[in-house]
Design a binder for this molecule. Structure first.
Ligand SMILES: Cc1cc2nc3c(=O)[nH]c(=O)nc-3n(C[C@H](O)[C@H](O)[C@H](O)COP(=O)(O)OP(=O)(O)OC[C@H]3O[C@@H](n4cnc5c(N)ncnc54)[C@H](O)[C@@H]3O)c2cc1C
Length: 482
């Protein structure tokens, strides 16, 4: 179905940026009968997501897997035909977690019972965990992760569990990260039940399922299969090498987008525009429309990150690699934030009898690591992992993927920032921001958030109603990829 005034517009929706945010938003929209174009400034789809092949090893430039507990993601993969390409994580990597403690690999307890027997935690730290249900609710919405976690569980839990997780998986700093947006499930449990422990029990007793069992997976031939296949959907008009330069508002739900392309400048009229580009680009495009919005977007900080992939002959690594890898707490003062044992997580990433290890350097812990050369980055990783994993030979494959602006940081008064963005967007009818600085950085969060944005647009264009009133209605998806 096209909008009733389609003749005035080239497309119903123009999406700026062809990363996972743009691709999922466009998929939802086009599968509901709307005409959509994605304009992407580079010559490939996927944005941050990219799979590389080096000397027979398959590596991921950014996201190495989807960690899912949301039914919306399952539904999206089924309805786009992508479910059939899913590669599940191996069982071997699921049963064990490691953390560095006093310079050594220590097995992390996976159950409450084991935690109380574990030498990782002090006796006082264990008792502090037991106190959690008796701690009062927090009173301000802008608590940092450090404030929230140490108030509820004590500082030992912060340093040994939460800090390594926040630094290792989000490259963020718990002392500055806004708890409400970085660990939303925990803050929501406190808000609703007064305690996280009580909330978990309540959900169990009530049989409440807000989430499915967690599952980690990649795709056949790597993460890029996800984005490549979404971009190949003929219903989504994916335009490569279209760099958006200007967004002009002609009226209520009446937009013009201009881009430079190899064939010259081009423009497109649409009723809705969805911006999925990084905050800096969005700020530049939006400054003629709202200086407040532009300033708020400019204030979002990003962190840098280098991903160092090392391939070894199996015989060179004496450790059994019986896990997904390890995280590093900040007191350990190591170069790397974490190390993923990729060949233990997924099969088929290496030549026969080889292993693949991917390490993360930099983030807010070591911002200058981005300036290290290829060789220096590799040396820093080797210095950390050789003794931990009992490695006695040099890698046979090395690859370093650098991201000067890897991830947005949900630091400071993020609540206020998001409120300002929302308020300003309400004055620009038909303009939307759907990006990883709003609604979560993970691919899971990108899919869930894109569906909400698409719903707003779908209900406005199909029903002619103000989107706010119909925000969470479900679109009826049809498969977009055969
Ligand atoms: C090192 C690293 C590891 C990660 N690991 C994981 C993981 O294991 N699991 C997970 O779930 N997530 C992971 N993430 C996070 C996840 O990969 C990203 O948050 C997500 O891919 C971002 O997608 P996006 O579409 O929002 O942005 P992007 O991928 O940045 O896409 C934005 C697109 O906009 C385009 N663009 C910019 N300006 C313009 C313009 N003017 N005109 C047209 N196009 C424009 C860009 O070229 C780009 O293609 C990781 C991220 C990094 C960096």
């Amino acid at each position: 179905m096209r909008s009733s005034t389609a003749h005035e517009y080239d497309v119903d929706v123009l999406v700026i940026g062809g990363g996972i945010s743009g691709l999922t938003t466009a998929s939802y929209l086009s599968s509901n009968g709307l005409s959509v174009q994605i304009w992407e400034k580079t010559d490939r789809a996927g944005g941050k997501i990219k799979t590389n092949h080096t000397d027979g090893f398959q590596t991921e430039q950014a996201a190495s897997m989807v960690m899912n507990f949301r039914p919306e993601v399952d539904q999206f993969l089924q309805q786009t035909g992508l479910e059939q390409y899913k590669i599940k994580r191996s069982l071997k990597s699921e049963n064990q977690r490691y953390l560095i403690h006093q310079g050594k690999l220590q097995s992390l307890p996976m159950t409450i019972g084991r935690l109380f027997l574990s030498p990782l935690w002090s006796t006082s730290g264990k008792f502090r965990l037991l106190m959690e249900p008796f701690i009062f609710k927090g009173t301000h919405s802008n608590e940092t992760v450090t404030e929230f976690v140490s108030r509820r569980f004590g500082s030992e839990f912060l340093e040994k569990a939460m800090e390594p997780f926040i630094s290792g998986t989000l490259a963020s700093d718990p002392d500055l990260a806004c708890a409400q947006y970085v660990i939303p499930r925990l803050t929501a449990l406190e808000k609703k039940y007064g305690s996280i422990t009580a909330g978990i029990f309540a959900h169990k007793i009530l049989g409440k399922r807000t989430a499915r069992n967690p599952e980690s997976f990649s795709f056949k031939d790597g993460m890029e299969t996800l984005t490549k296949r979404l971009a190949a959907n003929p219903v989504v008009g994916f335009q490569y090498n279209y760099q958006v330069q200007k967004i002009i508002q002609h009226g209520h739900y009446h937009w013009e987008v201009q881009a430079s392309t190899p064939e010259g400048d081009i423009q497109c009229k649409s009723r809705h525009v969805v911006i999925t580009s990084p905050a800096e680009t969005a700020a530049r495009l939006l400054s003629p429309l709202s200086q407040t919005l532009s300033d708020t977007l400019s204030s979002i900080k990003y962190t840098s990150l280098s991903v160092v992939h090392l391939g070894y002959e199996q015989s060179a690594v004496k450790h059994s690699l019986d896990s997904a890898g390890f995280l590093v707490p900040r007191q350990e003062k190591m170069n790397i934030n974490g190390n993923l044992w990729m060949s233990s997580i997924f099969s088929g990433l290496t030549p026969d009898k080889h292993i693949l290890l991917s390490s993360y350097l930099g983030g807010t812990r070591h911002p200058s690591a981005i300036n290290l050369s290829h060789q220096q980055s590799i040396e820093q990783v080797i210095e950390d992992i050789n003794s931990l994993l009992n490695i006695n030979d040099s890698p046979v494959m090395t690859r370093v993927d650098k991201h000067p602006k890897a991830l947005p940081l949900y630091h400071g008064n993020y609540h206020q920032k998001l409120l300002l963005i929302k308020e300003q967007l309400q004055t620009l009818a038909g303009l939307h921001i759907e990006a990883n600085y709003k609604g979560g950085i993970s691919i899971r969060d990108r899919i869930v958030s894109a569906e909400k944005t698409a719903n707003k647009i779908i209900h406005h264009l199909h029903l002619g109603n103000e989107p706010e009133r119909l925000f969470f209605s479900k679109p009826s998806l049809r498969p977009v990829i055969s």
